[in-house]
Design a protein around this ligand. Sequence first.
Ligand code: SF4
Length: 433
Amino acid sequence: MPSTQKKEKTEVEKEKSMILQKEMIGKLFKELSVANETGKKVVYTFVPGNLSELILAFDMLPVYPEINALQSGMRKKSGDYIREAEKFGHSEDVCTYVKCDIGMMLKGNIGPTGEKIPNPDLLLLSYTGCFTFMKWFESLEDLYPGVPVAMIHTPYQKDGKITEDMTQYMVKQLKEEVIPKMEKVSGIKFDETKLKGILENSAKAEDLIVKIFDTPKNVPSPIDAYFAGVYYIGPINIGFRGTSEAVEYYSELYKEILERVNKGLGPVTPEGELKDEQFRLVVEGPPNWTSFREFWKLFYDYGAVIVASSYTKVGGMYEMGFRHDSDRPLESLSEYCMTCYTNLNLPQRIDLLEKYITDYHADGFLVNSIKSCNSFSAGQLLMMRRLEEKLEIPVGFIESDLVDPRYFSYANIKNRLESFFQMLEQRKIILAQ
Ligand code: SF4
C-alpha cells in the first residue's frame, strides 16, 4: 500500500508549550545537579503512584529512574548502560529500565541533560502494581548503602474497586511511614496547609490533561495521543504535578491544540503535519524508545494516528474522574496511587480499552508487547482477543522492547504493521459498500 503522506521538512516549529516544557525540565535537572551545594534533598521514586505533591511539600527534588532510562534510550545510550548492568550480574530477562538505570549509575550517573544526578537522600518506593519496583529498589539500596527507604504499598484493585479500608490502609502508611521519614530527611515539619495548596494546582493540571486527551475525538485528530502524548505527560509525570508551572504549561498546550481543532489540522509529527488521516488506532503497551522516531514514522507513512493509548495513563487515570483533592489530602493521594493503570485488574483494562475504541471512533486496536515488561505484557493477548470478539475490529500485535536496542527489529515490525494496515484498509472498503 503506498504512503499517503507527503514528506515534509523535518524541523518541527517550536510552539510556546514546547519551550515551556524544555525550560521546566532543564530547570529540574539544573537544580538536581547543584543539590549538594544548595542542600536540597533528593528523592528517588517511580512514576506510577508517585507522591509528587508530598515531595514538593517538603521542598525536596524528585528523580524518576524510569524517565532517566527512557531518555537514555532516546539518546542511544541505553545499549551501553544495559551491557554494564549485565556485566554487573543482571540477567537478560531483567526489565531493561532497571538495567539501563543501574548501568547509568555505575557509569557515573550522568543524566539526560549531561549533568550529574546526585545520590538519593531518600528512596521512596511507591509499590503500585509492578513487582519489579521492589527488586529495583533492592538494587538501589545496595548501590546506596545507608540511604533510608520509605515504602508505601498500594493494594491491587483485585475486585475492580477501591474500598474505604484500602484508602485508610494507605493513609496509615503515609502518616506512619512516609511522612515521618520525609520530615527526618528534609528537616522540615509536615505542613498540611502547604500540601493543600499544592493539591489545588494538581487538580487544575489534571482537568487540563483530561481535556487535552479528549481532543482526539475530533476528526481529524489534532494530536497523536501516543507518540506526542508521551511528551505531553512528561511534566505531570516527572514531578511538576502540583506546581503553577504545570498549570501554565497545560493551559498553553490546550490552547494550541484547540487552535488546531478549529483549523481542522492533523497532528504535528517529526516528519511534519499529518495531513491525511487514514486510520485511527488505540494502542496498548509502552512505545519503543531506542528507535522512537523510526517507530512513529512507520505509522505516519500510512496516515495512522493513535487516538488513545493506555500507556499515557500510566502516571494517572484522570479521565475516569479521579482528582487530587485539597479537602481530603492524604486520602486523595492514596486513591491516586490505587487508580493508576498498572494497578487495574485485567477486566478493568479491557473495559477501558473498549471505551477508548468506541469513544474515539478507532478503526483498529494494536498491542506493542514489550519483551522485558511483564507488568504490561501479561494478559495482552487475552485483551486483544476479547476486544476483537466484542467489537469486531481488526487487531494487531507487534513486539519490541523499551530501551534495549537489541530487541527492535525494524523489518519485523514493518511487516506486521503492513499486514495490519492492509486489514484496516480492507475493512474500510467493506464498510463503504
Ligand atoms: S516491568 Fe514494566 S512496569 Fe515494571 S518497572 Fe519494568 S517497565 Fe516498569
